[in-house]
Design a protein around this ligand. Structure first.
Ligand code: DAH
Length: 339
């Protein structure tokens, strides 16, 4: 029996040393030390031993059991550590490796310049107003002193939803909406999309952007209009910018003007950029027509105002010397990345 126990101990330890799976080690525990295990089997036969041998074999059996138990614990710990080391090695992060750079987008040139224009006017105490792109004929034309059959409608043909509802051709209807809602003093700009039934070419697009401006208060004069727009032009194009106010006609302003800036490429000489004119038109403006004030419930005897409207695409094209408007809408990254 003694020999059998010694043998079990020897084989068990040898086998355990070879075993590399935790599960297999648990199986070996059952095989040797379990209820039906080999050591237990020997202990069961102890009844047949003499009184002197019994404690000796008993003690030996306990030693064998403890030795196997110890080996199992040791092997399990070793395997656990090996597993941890393997994981640590496999999953290490080299924080000094270069990362994958994701390209960072940026604002479209139209948005960049619009942000600048907004900043300039916010700095002069203007608020930002908005109006719908799907607009009533009344706001887009009628209330702006452009009745049905007025020739100004010809140049602003648009997309009609029905007889009374259309895609706005200008941001000027926001003037009417603001004056209906708000009593003077009024000082707003209204940027937004506008639509016209124009074929696409280098200078036309059926969708483009305008920025409207409106100031109404007591005692507003043409001098306020000129001062405001000159400051605007200088902030946008530089301090040496020279402005020119040319008489013009708009149905909703009286008097009306178009504002040009001296061509910054040729300084008035005439070049390709300004088409030989020496000047570049940037916006339309004028004193709000008394009729328009009245329509909105503002007494033209008490209040006066000025308004202006500019095309954002034009301003951007001039700013960056872009000669084809289509580039602004095609979303070609090779183009957009330049700004
Ligand atoms: N709405 C005009 C257009 O689209 C531009 C314009 C001219 C707006 C004069 C104004 C203004 O507010 O006073 O052609």
């Amino acid at each position: 029996m003694k020999a059998a126990l010694e043998k079990i101990k020897e084989t068990a330890i040898a086998v355990l040393e070879q075993t590399t799976e935790m599960k297999a080690i648990e199986d070996l525990r059952v095989k040797y030390l379990g209820k039906k295990g080999e050591v237990t089997a020997i202990l069961k036969q102890m009844g047949s031993l003499s009184a002197e041998d019994r404690p000796i074999i008993g003690q030996l059996a306990n030693e064998v059991r403890a030795a196997i138990e110890g080996e199992i614990t040791k092997r399990l710990a070793e395997l656990k550590e090996a597993e941890l080391n393997r994981k640590l090695k496999e999953e290490t992060l080299d924080v000094t490796m270069p990362g994958t750079r994701r390209p960072i987008g940026k604002k479209h040139p139209l948005s960049q310049v619009l942000d600048e224009v907004k900043e300039i006017f916010l700095g002069m105490g203007f608020d930002i107003a908005q109006g719908p792109e799907v607009e009533y004929d009344y706001y887009n034309f009628e209330a702006l002193n452009i009745p049905k059959n007025h020739p100004a409608r010809d140049t602003q043909d648009t997309f009609y939803i029905n007889d009374n509802i259309l895609l706005r051709t200008q941001t000027s209807p926001v003037q009417i909406r603001v004056m209906e809602q708000q009593k003077p003093p009024i000082r707003i700009i209204a940027p937004g999309r506008v639509y016209r039934s124009d074929a696409v070419d280098a200078t036309h697009s059926p969708l483009f952007h305008q920025i409207e401006g409106l100031v109404v208060d007591k005692g507003i004069t043409m001098a306020d209009l000129k001062g405001t727009l000159e400051i605007f032009a200088k902030r946008l194009y530089g301090d040496d910018t020279v402005c020119r106010f040319r008489p013009h006609h708009f149905p909703f302003t009286e008097p009306s003007a178009e504002v040009d800036v001296m061509c910054f490429a040729c300084h008035g000489e005439g070049c390709r950029l300004c088409k030989g004119e020496g000047w570049i038109e940037i916006l339309g403006a004028g004193m709000v027509h008394p009729k328009v004030l009245s329509i909105c419930g503002i007494d033209p005897e008490e209040y006066s105002g000025f308004a202006f409207g500019m095309g954002l695409e034009r301003i951007v094209m001039r700013r960056y010397n872009i000669d084809d408007m289509r580039l602004l809408f095609e979303n070609d990254l090779r183009f957009l990345k330049q700004f």
